[in-house]
Design a protein around this ligand. Structure first.
Ligand code: SAM
Length: 425
């Protein structure tokens, strides 16, 4: 595409800083070519495809393409500025508006259009009008809300979601990765060694007591709620595991009228995965599905009455014996091989050889072409809990050492993770 965009890339890098600032300060009229392109991009409408995973897949693929486009369009300075200043300030502003209660009150008011004065009056915590104006100005420029006129704003799907305080979007904002900012310092102190010691994570630098992430969750109900809320959102966002793994394999050998249990979700938190199995087999009698986690997390779970909710520490012997399937999702990647093996051993003692299946819904790291999800997950594990995602070879080795044999690794082109199906060797 000829025009202003290509010409900008031919400038010397020292000029780029100047031109970037000039652009940021005084947007000029776009050229005809750029205007046509802008009109084309602004006219793309997103069809609501919440319930249609293929539709979602298309939407995500297009979003990925726009990210690649931005990476080509932005100068290196703009990219750095976005990473450090735009993202950091926007996250902060979203959180401050949440802390004073404006998102929630705005959402509950059902007003689509509202003035700054009205928004200010909705604050639960007294705050300065001028402070709020400055933050809303940034939020409008970053499309968190719509700017309709001077001190007049419009709601968006995102601002609505921020107003639903116990739902995943708001909880994800609160569960923000504070340890990312500390990580460069932590690595310098630890001689840039790959952090693999779970007793010394960067996250521990956030509290004077050096609490680990799961310890801090247990000690602080708000933290626990934001982490579990975020996990609920993330799991609901992923492909339904019953579309990756053929659950008929579990049902074919299962007598629903017997005393036996079908499915135990170990560390299942919010219960999204167990609910997905129930949606596939809604006629299952009560008590065939079990959701396990810590008592604090289970208190936040909202599951069908048919699901048995059972507090269980997975480092202790599994109390449910001889179930058809023991399932874990994003659990073993939190632990190093020694602890992961302990969890597996405690599960193995409950399994019936030749009958019970182990299903691990986990990331399998690839040596090339890792997706954004896979790489963000892996790096987050590094500074949050000094853990690491595993390659297929490392998964197989871990399972072999713990006395399992891998039957099949189930994959789906639209899935972020795979399901490793194993049984006792
Ligand atoms: C990364 S989350 C995964 C949750 C869920 N399976 C999912 O995919 O959304 C890890 C879960 O492990 C739970 N957990 C941590 N330590 C535990 C323990 N010792 N026993 C049982 N659950 C534990 C946490 O409470 C949390 O819900």
């Amino acid at each position: 595409m000829p025009g202003v965009l290509v010409r900008a890339s031919k400038k010397k890098s020292s000029d780029q800083h100047v031109s970037a600032f000039r652009y940021l300060q005084t947007p000029t009229m776009p050229s005809t070519t750029a205007a046509a392109l802008i009109a084309l991009l602004d006219n793309i409408q997103v069809i609501d495809c919440e319930d249609d995973f293929d539709g979602q897949g298309d939407r995500v693929a297009v979003a990925e393409a726009t990210r690649r486009l931005l990476a080509r369009l932005e100068t290196p300075f703009e990219r750095a500025w976005r990473l450090s200043w735009i993202n950091g300030n926007t996250h902060m502003a979203v959180q401050v508006i949440m802390d004073v209660g404006i998102w929630q009150a705005w959402y509950l008011s059902k007003r689509r259009e509202i003035s700054l004065l009205e928004l200010h009056a909705l604050a639960r915590t007294p705050c300065d009008l001028r402070l709020i104006r400055r933050l809303f100005r940034l939020l409008a420029a970053e499309n968190v809300i719509r700017e309709l006129g001077e001190d007049q704003f419009g709601a968006t799907a995102f601002s609505d979601a921020l107003g639903q305080t116990s739902e995943p979007v708001a909880q994800t904002i609160l569960s923000g990765l504070d340890s990312t900012r500390k990580f460069p310092e932590f690595l310098a102190r630890t001689a840039y060694a790959e952090p693999l010691d779970p007793t010394n994570s960067c996250y521990m630098d956030l509290t004077p007591e050096r609490l680990g992430m799961f310890q801090r969750c247990r000690a602080n109900p708000e933290y626990q709620a934001s982490f579990t809320g975020f996990m609920r959102g993330l799991t609901a966002y992923k492909l339904d595991w019953t579309q990756i793994y053929d659950t008929k394999l579990l049902m074919s050998d299962f007598d629903t009228n017997s005393e036996a249990l079908l499915f135990v979700d170990i560390g299942g938190a919010h219960g999204v995965d167990v609910e997905r199995l129930l949606s596939r087999y809604p006629d299952l009698p009560s008590g065939k599905l079990v959701l396990q986690d810590t008592p604090e997390v289970l208190a936040l779970a909202k599951v069908s009455e048919k699901v048995t909710v059972l507090a269980h520490d997975f480092f202790m012997p599994q109390p449910i014996k001889g179930a058809r399937a023991y399932f874990t999702h994003a659990i073993l990647h939190d632990w190093d091989d020694t602890d992961a093996e302990r969890i597996l051993n405690q599960t193995a003692v409950a399994m019936k050889k030749g009958y019970s299946k182990l299903l691990l819904y986990e990331t399998i790291l690839v040596s090339q072409g890792a997706t954004l999800y896979q790489s963000v997950s892996d790096v987050s594990l590094m500074h949050l809990i000094s853990a690491a995602d595993r390659t297929e070879t490392r998964w197989r080795e871990l399972l072999r050492k713990a006395g399992f044999v891998v039957l099949k690794i189930w994959q789906h082109p639209s899935s972020l993770e795979s399901i490793i199906e194993a049984e006792l060797a």
